[in-house]
Design a protein around this ligand. Structure first.
Ligand code: PLP
Length: 373
């Protein structure tokens, strides 16, 4: 039996129907650019995230670019960020002509480790760009305390609805939060879409202007922005999908609990290190399990190859730290500079977790890994 990493065909029939109706409504009213669904989705998400201003954009990548631009990151500036993320994080910094200052990560939450930061060097940067990976939510309080003058742009592309232990939603604690609705995300569009969020109304206004070429009045441009608009069709899909998000998250948590029980029974403790997944029930931190990432300290690649042979979907997020990407060679980093990030790149393995995953499939994944080890 093969087990897919993600299978879009398993979307609940009710949700597919709601999406179909929403898309048809847009095809009828034909306001394809910034139609009313964009504002309606922005309002719904803003309310869900505790009353933030939301600006719908074309992708999570563009959300990052726009957010850094709105923090006035310019050529020659530096931005403190992680060497362990999807490329878009550092790509946004580099596209603005800025330089990343990488800080090695903490293996417990994959976030930048404050103890590894050179704070004097970091304090001279223009912004701080932490990443909430895999559905976890970092505690940014100590960073705000250590670097009080640095605006924080949160890359929360993978962490919609996640909360830290103090109840802050990922993306809402810093100056600007950035989200992605890439189809595989917990809330996925039918294509590319993203969101920038902020508590600052004036900043939200600037983000809205930057979204349409920095336009301050029709055909008058106060600064240089771009075409970063969210499509009405994508907003309609997202708005229709939003009511189904809680049930989907509950399934991710149930799947994570089942993996914990199956791995415990398999007796592979130490050879498979499980993630810490808080479900937020009764308050406290909430991990939204965007990815279920285990660590396999020995023979990860052999396990991955074996799973592939067995038709089981698994993936490595991320095999090469950003510091060692070919296009970052000019920064002069070498292997060994960020040892924890480099070790994670060798050990991590994401397993199928999406809603719709069957109990028998999870049992098969765990049995296959145990056998391969
Ligand atoms: C951590 C992180 N940042 C940024 C992005 C970019 O988002 P998008 O694919 O919507 O451009 C992603 C997305 O996949 C991501 O995982």
């Amino acid at each position: 039996m093969s087990v897919p990493l993600v299978d879009f065909q398993r979307l609940p029939a009710e949700q597919t129907q709601a999406i179909r109706e929403a898309v048809l409504r847009v095809l009828e009213h034909k306001r394809f650019i910034l139609g009313e669904e964009v504002a309606a989705f922005e309002a719904a998400l803003g309310q869900r995230l505790g009353g933030v201003h939301c600006v719908g954009v074309s992708s999570g990548t563009d959300a990052l670019l726009l957010a850094l631009q709105a923090c006035d990151v310019q050529r020659g500036d530096s931005v403190v960020t992680t060497p362990y993320s999807f490329f878009a994080t550092v790509g946004a910094v580099l596209r603005l002509g800025a330089r990343p200052i990488f800080v090695d990560i903490d293996a417990s939450d994959f976030g930048m480790d404050l103890r590894a930061a050179d704070l004097r060097h970091c304090a001279a940067a223009r912004a701080l760009l932490p990443v909430h990976l895999f559905g976890g939510c970092l505690n940014l309080g100590p960073w705000q305390h250590a670097l009080p003058n640095l605006p924080i742009v949160e890359d929360a592309a993978q962490a919609l609805d996640s909360r830290d232990a103090e109840g802050h939603f990922a993306g809402t604690r810093g100056r600007i939060g950035c989200f992605s609705f890439f189809p595989t995300k917990n809330l996925g569009a039918a294509g590319d879409a993203g969101m920038v969020v902020t508590r600052d109304a004036a900043l939200a206004g600037r983000l809205r202007r930057l979204r349409i070429h920095g336009q301050s009045a029709p055909y008058e441009h106060s600064e240089i922005g771009g075409n970063f608009r969210m499509d009405t069709l994508q907003a309609a899909v997202l708005l229709a999908s939003l009511p189904f998000l809680d049930a989907a998250q509950a399934q991710r948590h149930a799947n994570a609990r089942r993996y914990a029980a199956l791995f415990a029974a398999a007796g592979v403790e130490g050879r498979v290190v499980l993630p810490r997944i808080e479900d937020g029930v009764g308050g406290g931190a909430r991990h939204t399990v965007h990815q279920f990432v285990v660590r396999i300290p020995e023979r990860r690649d052999a396990v991955l190859a074996g799973l592939k042979r067995a038709g089981i979907g698994a993936a490595v997020y991320y095999p090469l730290p950003l510091s060692l990407q070919p296009c970052c060679a000019f920064l002069g980093h070498k292997a060994g500079d960020f040892p924890v990030a480099e070790r994670m790149a060798r050990e991590v393995l994401a397993l199928p977790i999406a809603p719709g995953l069957r109990e028998s499939e999870q049992a098969e994944v765990v049995a296959a890994i145990s056998k391969l080890l």
